[in-house]
Design a protein around this ligand. Structure first.
Ligand SMILES: Cc1cc2nc3c(=O)[nH]c(=O)nc-3n(C[C@H](O)[C@H](O)[C@H](O)COP(=O)(O)OP(=O)(O)OC[C@H]3O[C@@H](n4cnc5c(N)ncnc54)[C@H](O)[C@@H]3O)c2cc1C
Length: 433
């Protein structure tokens, strides 16, 4: 019987190396990001990337023939748990969003020419990309409502639409745009993906939307969420990525493993907050003891540990199911961890802030940034409510209403049935009386 929670020793050594490397070489950079600027960060990353490549950990999400490691989801998950501890660690490992997801899409659906032109330079870090699907005027949680269109005009596609929250859109060299190519098709076959070079006439990047995570105006910063108007943007026929109408199908192939990686990265963030919570409880003295002596704080620590462990096991279980039985089999597990993991991240960071009082609220600690980051987790890649609804729908497929609307567990009905089932026994017992 195979039921194994251990990690093979060779990969465990890689994880141990990563943990030390990220903590000692990447975490310190977080504190001087403003001073470094984008160019300085790139320079700081270069030697780190060389070391990661030398350890065979670069772009691990992709096939070996594309320069990746071909890791399955469990290994990737364990890796992302470590990378998640720092917002910049994925940059050193060649799997920072959205480039990592976009490289997966190009690997899955790209033609040899598209791979040559976009995928390989993306993997080398020579190009930057964005995924441009969400629109301000339609519900991103129901992308069958997309309004952006791509219409054939002779050989070309002409794209018109208004997008926002295209992460990294204002620094991208190319954008993967989701647009309706056949409005009369079935809802999930209406849209296609098109690769659009950012300098194509008609691509108007209006602004980087200021958010809770980056609550200041700016333009062209790494990690931005751009608002973009596509106005009569003409692209050649070979801009189509994958088959016409296959936009949703390809998006799902990117999103399912991506959600597992998100959840593992959130665990990395939450564990860092948890460590701060525990550390604080041991030295802050108030009302006759350190915080660790107060039951409320003990509850925070215990509840956080339980939630972290539950979320971690659930996430690894989803990853394992995907590795063993494929995406379709893991759908429910992935939806479960998407909303549960986001809640765990929020709760643990929230408690760590509370334990630190004013210091927790201040920018002297990374907790307030983690808190803002955590809030978005409940929205992107599908809001909580959509995943909950999907889980409930899938679960309810295994049930049916009871006959005559009498609950299956209705005790008087069951008692009557039991009396018939055990009539002989009941009669003999009563006779003995
Ligand atoms: C940090 C961040 C990064 C992002 N990056 C990208 C990106 O790179 N590219 C991109 O294209 N998009 C990106 N997005 C957009 C993201 O995918 C959308 O915000 C998300 O899909 C939700 O769409 P919406 O914002 O239009 O909300 P809406 O669809 O308008 O939903 C609003 C709310 O309605 C409620 N709701 C919706 N459906 C249901 C339901 N069935 N039952 C009950 N309640 C429901 C939920 O509470 C939901 O939060 C990003 C968003 C964030 C926050």
């Amino acid at each position: 019987m195979a039921w194994d929670f251990s990690t093979e020793p060779q990969f465990q050594r890689q994880l141990d190396w990563m943990r030390g490397f990220v903590r000692e070489r990447v975490w310190p950079l977080e504190t001087v990001l403003d001073e470094l600027g984008p160019e300085g960060l790139e320079r700081a990353m270069a030697p780190l990337r060389d070391e990661v490549k030398a350890r065979d950990l670069w772009a691990a999400h992709l096939d070996p023939k594309l320069g990746g490691q071909g890791f399955g989801q469990v290994k990737l998950g364990l890796m992302h748990e470590i990378l998640g501890t720092s917002p910049i660690a994925p940059l050193a490992f060649g799997n920072a969003a959205p480039d990592s997801g976009n490289s997966e899409i190009l690997a899955i659906a790209g033609t040899p020419e598209q791979k040559e032109r976009y995928l390989y330079p993306l993997l080398e870090g020579d190009l930057k990309s964005a995924f441009s699907m969400t629109e301000p005027d339609t519900a991103g949680s129901d992308p069958t409502l997309l309004k952006t269109t791509a219409v054939r005009d002779g050989q070309e596609w002409v794209i018109n639409g208004h997008k926002w929250f295209s992460s990294n859109g204002s620094i991208a060299d190319f954008l993967i745009v989701m647009a309706v190519t056949d409005p009369d098709a079935r809802p999930h076959q209406r849209a296609s993906m098109l690769i659009v070079d950012a300098d194509t006439p008609g691509v108007n990047v209006l602004r980087d939307v200021a958010t809770m995570e980056h609550p200041w105006e700016g333009f062209g910063c790494y990690g931005n969420h751009a608002e973009i108007v596509y106005q009569d943007v003409r692209v050649p026929p070979d801009a189509l990525l994958g088959a016409e109408g296959a936009g949703f199908l390809i998006a799902q192939q990117r999103l399912y493993p991506g959600r597992i990686h998100h959840c593992m990265r959130w665990l990395g963030v939450a564990k860092r907050a948890f460590d701060m919570l525990c550390e604080r409880s041991l030295y802050r003295y108030a009302h006759g003891s350190t915080l660790s002596g107060h039951q409320t704080v003990q509850n925070w620590i215990a509840d956080s540990a339980a939630q972290l462990q539950a979320a971690r096991l659930m996430t690894l279980q989803a990853a394992w199911k995907m590795d063993t039985d494929g995406v379709a089999a893991a759908r429910q597990d992935i939806a479960l961890i998407k909303f549960y993991g986001a809640q765990v991240l929020h709760d643990v960071v929230d408690r760590a802030i509370q334990a630190h009082g004013a210091l927790g609220y201040s920018t002297d600690l990374p907790l307030e940034a983690m808190y803002r980051f955590a809030r978005a987790a409940r929205i992107y890649d599908g809001p909580d409510e959509v995943h909950r609804a999907s889980v409930a729908r899938q679960i309810l497929r295994g049930y049916e209403p009871p006959l005559g609307e009498v609950p299956s567990e209705h005790v008087p009905t069951r008692r009557e049935a039991a009396r018939q089932q055990f009539a002989d026994l009941l009669e003999s017992v009563t006779a003995n009386d």
